[in-house]
Design a protein around this ligand. Structure first.
Ligand code: BES
Ligand code: MN
Ligand code: MN
Length: 451
């Protein structure tokens, strides 16, 4: 039996301990839990045998850094992951409490199980196994973990942009994406960027009786709806002038590869999403819509009366959370200017609209013809017993673009999540066979790189 097979139950216990910490980065009352999660990761790295493991303090949540540099002449890999998680709500939809991990069948259910604590532990345990069994690693290894990925990752961005010498590496390895399908090892080569906004619309300076003033008073809830409908039409086309100018279509080769992926649209729609019908730009194929086209989504609208029963009021203000995803050569600064101009043009009379940017990240695209990606494809093929596929993802991991632009380091996105892992949703889970195979695949990867 290998170290990895022998220690599966220890790995699982470690994961459960990690998952019990509610390290929610969007909620300030969880600051102490953020620190506990950072300390947990730090101790795991030390116990694994990494040297110079320490927290990097700064303006935001601590970064966790560790290194093992005992393989002179060999490449250096920079492992990235995040120890923060999304809020768990709506709480009543969870079958077991989000921070009391529960194994049901082959899955472990908890907030952060897949995104990203399970995958952070995959990286640490892979290194631990090699160090415990051979006393060394086949290549040089560094870790940089962050605690505010889910809120936009400002701290890590600032740190990486300062180009600290200790981050020098040949490739970054990011385990924070999904496999295309179960049993199908997957490398993600493209991520969308994003800009997240808060739109505040103000009408009168206080709430008004809708009978007495209806017909004369501006209604900010209606205004929010009008603005949103002006930004995107019913066919999913974004109406912001210039927004598509820098979008780049996928190459013919990529399109062909996507068309070969085994896919059941009905199952995707009805089972995975639980929806009746797909929407979006009718003339654009599905994978291109979610991987290679910009989108605009409304996440929430707050304002007015939503309590029990009826209240006849014209609210004084309304707030909407809206984000846009970016692709190709679209850039945050320009997209933001376009968005603000479009909101201004769409704002009806009688109200004011204020746009605040909450966070942003540039899109990224990696050329798969690179030895670090080939080695990853080979390692996963060996462990999963199936050919590795290359896809893009519609999600965003801002640091990937930052590694590329500021460190000149390509990212190898070998992720072990599954399409039904419920990221950011109730009943998030991680498939335990992927947890264990992920650990072995990352270890195999380091061995291949060392040869
Ligand atoms: N790990 C996800 C991104 C992801 C999910 C990539 C699935 C590929 C497949 C990451 O934690 C995430 O949720 N990112 C946010 C962006 C962030 C800036 C808030 C996202 O994509 O919404
Ligand atoms: Mn993530
Ligand atoms: Mn996430």
């Amino acid at each position: 039996m290998t170290y990895y097979q022998q220690h599966q139950s220890d790995f699982l216990e470690g994961l459960k301990t990690f998952l019990r910490i509610p390290s929610i980065s969007t909620l300030s009352e969880h600051k102490p839990d953020i620190r506990r999660a950072a300390d947990f990761a730090l101790n795991e790295l030390r116990a694994a045998g990494m040297t110079k493991a320490e927290l990097i303090e700064g303006t935001g949540n601590p970064l966790v850094y560790a290194e093992w540099l005992g393989a002179p002449g060999k490449p250096t890999i920079l492992f990235y992951g995040h120890y923060d998680v999304q809020p768990p709500d709506p709480l009543d939809e969870w079958k077991s409490p989000p921070f009391e991990p529960e194994v049901r069948g082959n899955d472990i259910f908890a907030r952060g199980a897949c995104d990203d604590k399970g995958q952070v532990l995959i990286q640490i345990k892979a290194v631990e196994g090699l160090l415990k069994t051979t006393g060394k690693l086949p290549v040089n290894v560094k870790f940089l973990l962050e605690g505010e990925e889910e809120t936009g990752g400002e701290h890590i961005e600032e740190y990486v942009k300062s180009k600290p010498p200790r981050l020098k590496a040949d490739a970054a390895v990011v385990c924070d994406t999904e496999m295309f399908a179960p049993e199908m090892p997957t490398i993600c080569v493209g991520l969308r960027g994003m800009v997240y906004y808060e739109l505040t619309v103000q009408g009168a300076d206080h709430d008004l009786h809708s009978g007495v003033y209806g017909g004369a008073a501006p209604n900010p809830m209606q205004a929010v709806a009008e603005i949103i409908c002006a930004l995107k039409d019913r066919d999913g086309h974004i109406k912001i002038p210039g927004f598509y100018d820098r979008v780049k279509p996928p190459s013919a080769l990529e399109r062909q590869a996507w068309a070969r992926l085994p896919f059941d649209e009905k199952e995707y729609t009805e089972k995975e999403m639980g929806a009746r019908e797909l929407v979006g730009e009718p003339e654009v194929p599905l994978f291109e819509r979610v991987w290679a086209r910009p989108t605009l989504e409304v996440h929430g609208i707050r304002g007015g009366f939503t309590g029990e029963g009826a209240k006849t009021v014209i609210p004084a203000r309304a707030v909407a959370k809206i984000s846009t995803r970016l692709v190709g050569d679209q850039r945050v600064d320009e997209a933001m200017a376009q968005f603000k101009a479009a909101v201004k043009a769409a704002t009806p009379k009688g109200v004011t609209a204020e746009v605040k940017m909450l966070h942003s990240g540039e899109p990224s695209l990696t050329n798969p013809d690179n030895p670090f990606i080939h080695a990853s494809a080979e390692a996963m093929k060996q462990v999963f017993g199936k050919e590795t596929v290359y896809i893009r993802s519609g999600g965003s991991i801002p640091v990937v673009g930052v590694f590329d632009r500021y460190l000149g380091v390509p990212s190898v996105m070998m992720g072990f999540g599954l399409p039904d892992d419920n990221l950011h949703a109730p009943n998030e889970k991680f498939h335990l066979p992927n947890f264990y195979r992920g650990i072995e695949a990352v270890a195999r990867y380091l061995e291949i790189l060392g040869q």
